[in-house]
Design a binder for this molecule. Structure first.
Ligand SMILES: [Zn+2]
Ligand SMILES: [Zn+2]
Length: 194
């Protein structure tokens, strides 16, 4: 019992020392303490501190920070629809998946080679810009141009896929990403491939 009190006192001492330290040196102290009573706030502080530091290892960065989630939007009839990478919660998800598979078969016939192994293929067929474009395809008349916005840069594989989709569906597909505007038509893109 006495030793427990001693530990508590020692912890208290260390904890009070923290307050006199700079925000960055706290970081190291928190790491060495395994006291479960170390409050949640300190954990949050730990992550917040990490996000402030530029010299993190990529390992700790991946634990402390989330990657920006990719999403795409398409506006049809004054209504904007949001699509997120790998998210099938949209109420037309089943239709979209079917059409994506249908397009994928046609794309392969035309020479499309997914830039991934089979396991990852499902992930790539679910990138948000593809979901948004296919939503546009199944909700507009044939050959209607489609315009999609993406918050991140379009990946090379989706860029390739869009070229094929523009050819198969005979549509102009505009994808505005965080980097530039891509106009896909007849199997080509205006950007001369990135
Ligand atoms: Zn992609
Ligand atoms: Zn392009």
């Amino acid at each position: 019992m006495a030793s427990l009190i001693a530990i508590r006192r020692a912890t208290f001492k260390v904890t009070s020392l923290h307050s006199s330290h700079s925000i960055f040196s706290r970081n190291a102290n928190i790491k060495t303490l395994s006291n479960p009573n170390q409050s949640h706030n300190d954990q949050q502080q730990y992550h917040a501190t990490h996000s402030l530091q530029k010299h993190n290892s990529s390992d700790t960065q991946s634990k402390g920070l989330k990657k920006t989630q990719g999403f795409s939007t398409i506006t049809l009839h004054n209504k904007t629809e949001y699509f997120y990478n790998g998210n099938y919660s949209h109420d037309q998800s089943d239709k979209i998946s079917k059409e994506l598979q249908n397009l994928l078969e046609k794309m392969k016939v035309l020479g499309y080679v997914p830039n991934v192994d089979e396991k990852k293929q499902r992930i790539l067929t679910s990138h948000s810009e593809r979901l948004a474009v296919v939503y546009g395809i199944i909700n507009t008349k044939k050959k209607t141009p489609i315009s999609v916005f993406k918050n991140l840069r379009v990946c090379a594989d989706c860029h390739d896929a869009m070229k094929f989709i523009s050819e198969i569906t005979e549509r102009k597909i505009t994808v505005t990403d965080s980097y530039k505007v891509h106009h896909f038509q007849n199997g080509e893109c205006s950007c001369d491939d990135f």
